[in-house]
Structure formats: structure tokens, C-alpha cells
Design a binder for this molecule. Sequence first.
Ligand code: HEM
Length: 408
Amino acid sequence: MPALFTHEFATDPYPAYAWLREHAPVHRTVLPSGVEAWLVTRYADAREVLADPRLSKNPAHHSEAAHGKGKVGIPGERSANLMTHLLNIDPPDHTRLRRLVSKAFTPRRVAAFEPRVRELADRLIDGFAERGHADLIHEFAFPLPIYAICDMLGVPAEDQDDFRDWAGMMIRHGGGPRGGVGRAVKRIRAYLAELIHRKRGDLGDDLISGLIRASDHGEQLTENEAAAMAFILLFAGFETTVNLIGNGTYALLEHPDQRRLFQDALAAGDTGLLRTAVEELLRYDGPVELATWRFATEPMTIGGQRVETGEPVLVVLAAADRDPSRFHDPDTLDLTRSDNPHLGYGHGIHYCLGAPLARLEGRIALAALFERLPDLRLAVEPSALRRRGGLIMRGLRDLPVEFEPVRG
Ligand code: HEM
């Protein structure tokens, strides 16, 4: 059985996942945090688990809840009183809150955001284009989603760099000591409470105002729920998108034939290929390696394996999305892949709320990058690239690149 959670595994977990899919598709393991959990790796089982109402998202159902406090979920969310967000709750609360936020997070709002995302991407590229080299994680993939989600939420421009700092604290400490994350989460919590209070007296066209308006039309959203909602939008919407841009760029740089296809599509204005490309990059090396925590609320059988009440179940999206029983030639990156029902955004009632925004950001960011810096190349050997720690997300710590300097 291959070793899990080692350095080699973090660099390329796919061979280990192939082994698990074949030999131990529902596998009990001890996570680096010491918590025991079941890993589900086959596509069919993964889809079923993600939509099974017997699996709760509420950590109170964890059998280790009493002594495992704080070991599952987002570090710091408990102490900052931010537990009542979509990824920690079940129906009927989930249904009510999701309906509310969906009213504010409309496809129209997302589509109208496209020129702004392109403007942000261009501004960030302007910051390093003349230099001929850059770290694409720090200078591009990381700030873009932070500024985008801040804009959407209605965080004033003068406060957005504070958010960038707090988000940096959260991302740097992911998987490491939890103290820094806890501090960052507390600061974000205090800021959001203040912002929601201010907006109540001066509603605008932003998402937080939309949430307040939606809650004023009958359904209730407590101040705590509003803060938790803004927090989860920020949290779920930023590191994921950082990694889509980072992993996606890296995959294109490592596959010259696919990169050529992408650049030809850009030149020809073939938005169809740009869209299938983003889906394939999500499937091939997506930002979310494992779906978030689920807990069995009764004894059940998953893929022939008995799981007891209170046991945590983690769906390995990265393994399911390379399952040869669902995807033709799954280890090949094929930007033209059309039969691609990947699970990169999850499945069932917790399916990613921000998927339309993520797709938009991924497409615009990659297009801007390869359009403006057509000879983009890695500045180091792939073996020198460092992976970020952490259980749920899969991403690079840095991505040094070189290119012909472009004068403004
Ligand atoms: C490429 C980027 C993204 C990826 C790969 C991604 C992936 C996911 C996945 C896999 C889930 C389901 C987790 C589970 O069931 O355990 C999820 C849920 C969620 N995502 Fe995303 N996400 C992305 C971007 C975003 C953005 C930009 C936002 C918002 C601004 C967002 C907001 C959410 C929210 C609120 C949920 C919870 C939905 C619920 O529980 O009902 N995500 N995302």
C-alpha cells in the first residue's frame, strides 16, 4: 500500500489514488491531524456520498467531537463564532440560507462582473510585465480572487489590502500551526460585523447589501449568519480560485501541445475551447483535492464497506476525477474533452455556489496571462516547485516564471 500524506504524495498523489481506487476504494486512514476518517476514491461512490442525506455536514455529528474539537473544518471558525455557514449545516437551515444567498449571488451579477475581472487581471499583469519574470502565485493567482470577491461583497477599495493580508495569513498557515489562521479569522470576523452594520444603514448594489435585502424580505438572516455567509464566500472563493489559476497555468506549461491548442483558441476567439479547457484543468489537477467533512448519522454501507455512526467520511475528488471507469484516458490532459462530468465543484446540495464566478475568473485569468505573455515559461525545474500543505486544497506555494519583457 503506498504511503499517504508524505512529500512525494503531495507532489503527485495520483498513483496512490489509483492504487486505493483499485484495492481499497473506501479506506480508513489516520490523517496527519490524528483524526481517523474514511477516504472514498471511486467516482460512483463519490457521487453517491456527496448526495447522501445520511451524511451530515454538521461537526456535532463527529464521534470524536468531544475531544477532536477544532480538528475538523476551517481553523479558527469555532472560536470566531463563524460555524453557521453553508459547509457546516444540513437542511432545513442549509436550504433556507442557500436560498437566501442564491437570491443575492445571481448569474446576472456574476456575468456583469466579467469586465471588472479582466481589468483586475490586466492591472496585475501590468505590475510585472516589464520585468520579464514573476512569481505567478503571489503576484497574480493570489491577489486576483481576493480583490474580485472583495469587490463583489462590497468591501471598500481602501480596505481590500487588509483583506489581502489576512487572506495571506490564512493561506500561509494552512496545514501549519493554527495560531496565525485563528488570528486572521478573528480579524476578518470583526471587520465583517462592522461592515454589515454599516451597510444596514447604507445599502448598495453589492452582495452583502443583497444578503441584507434578501433577509429583510421575510426570511430571517441573523447578524451571525450574515457574517458566517460573507466569511464562507470569502474563504471558499479565494484559495480555490488561487489554485485553479496556479495549477491550471502549471498544467498548461507542462503540456506544450495543449498549451498550443489553448493559445490557438485565444487567437481565434474560440470561447468554446476556453470553457472546456477550464473544466478539464479542474478535472485533471483541481484545486479541491478532498471534499469537506461529512459524518455518518447512522450505520451505513459505502462501496461495500460498513461505516459507523459518527465516523468522518472524506470524498477524494482528485481520485474520483481520474477514475478510468468514468473518464476515458483519465491521466491525459485533453482540453477538448466534452464528456466531462467532473466532481471538482462537488455534487448534490452543497454543489459549489460560486462555480459560475470561479469559471469566469479561471477563464479570464488564463486568457489574460497567455494572451499578454505568449512565451510564458517556468523559471525553475518542476521538481523545485513547492506544494502548499493542508488536507483539503491542492496548490502550489509559488510558481516562478519567465517571459520576454513587455513594455507598457
Ligand atoms: C475553482 C474554484 C472553486 C472550486 C474548485 C470550488 C469547489 C467547491 C466544492 C468542491 C464545493 C463542495 C464542497 C463539499 O461538498 O464538501 C464547494 C462549495 C462551495 N463553494 Fe466553491 N469552489 C470554487 C470557487 C468558489 C467561489 C469563487 C465561491 C464564491 C465566491 C465559492 C463558494 C462556495 C460555497 C459558498 C460553497 C458551499 C455551498 C454549500 O454548502 O451549499 N466557491 N466549492
